[in-house]
Design a protein around this ligand. Sequence first.
Ligand code: IPM
Ligand code: MG
Length: 364
Amino acid sequence: MAESKNAFDVLVLPGDGIGVEVTEEAVKVLRAAGKAHGLIFNLTTALVGGAAIDAEGAPVSDETIRLAAQADAVLLGAVGGPKWDDLPTEKRPEKGLLGMRKDLDLFANLRPAQVFEPLASASTLKPEVVKGIDLLVVRELVSDLYFGEPRGITRTAEGREGFNTMRYRDWEVERVARKAFEIAMVRRRKVTSVDKANVLETSGLWREVVMEVAQDFPEIELDHQYVDNCSMQLIRNPSQFDVIVTGNIFGDILSDEAAMLTGSIGMLPSASLGEGVALYEPVHGSAPDIAGQGKANPLAMILSAAMMLEISCEAPEAAASVRRAVNRVLEEGYRTGDIAERGSSVVSCSEMGDLVAGRLGEAG
Ligand code: IPM
Ligand code: MG
């Protein structure tokens, strides 16, 4: 058997706002995990989003895409901010992120929502509803309303008209559905496919293809929910879900909702997978209101790095020890402002990073 690889080229894209702060902490934790588990990370840093617009004139340069495609993994902080809000859609920081997803064909976006036991009471829902949530949203990431043509704003005789196109090709549905089923096989073997098949043709096709793929996975229990019902079910009884598979726009919305079940969107990591390199980023945005103040919660970014360890580096022990370190720090009562409760010790973004990195050195 070939010896497993222990050195990895990682492209680090801090981006904008709190992206910069949380990325620094994730890198700190990655280094500590590397030391504890004999892994070496060769990090290259580049710009994306508003930072890239200011310095390079575009939200992501061809060179950065090239570096990403050649790397073993990409870690991305967050993009966007008020400074660039007035730019047209095509030139905005978000375009940098969307462009990377598309160019690298990162079609499956994994957004796990797990409740860390010490945070059960930080959720706005009752602890008994939240306890034991362990669900994964698999969001299609390179098609749907986000990329469908035609799109634009035109002038008509009646005035201005804005339009976007929701479209899915069968193979686009098939590949993401297959990914969701494969993942469900190593989880609790339940897939909920979310669509709006009572109204939309794209959803009708979505449902048909998901049912076709399901035939290859007889062990999986498959059900279908309309997106409006699913958004209600997530609040009513989130423990019913194992894997949720859905399209780009529905997944964008439902994954924010799922994130909040865990107490804070500052806790939710994500992985975007294709056939080649994968990209890891927190679900939260650049939070310009608290940027540069050391208040951000770096745990979503740190947990994204843990996903990278597990998936791209194939080092599940290292990933598990990062998660254990996060859990311990939370158990000890440390919190960033967004998850603070009475009696907890509020720490800064970098203190949180130090704490997690410190615990990694200890128990392993
Ligand atoms: C996300 C974000 C992005 C999206 C934005 C920043 C373009 O909300 O990753 O969920 O809509 O996909
Ligand atoms: Mg979103």
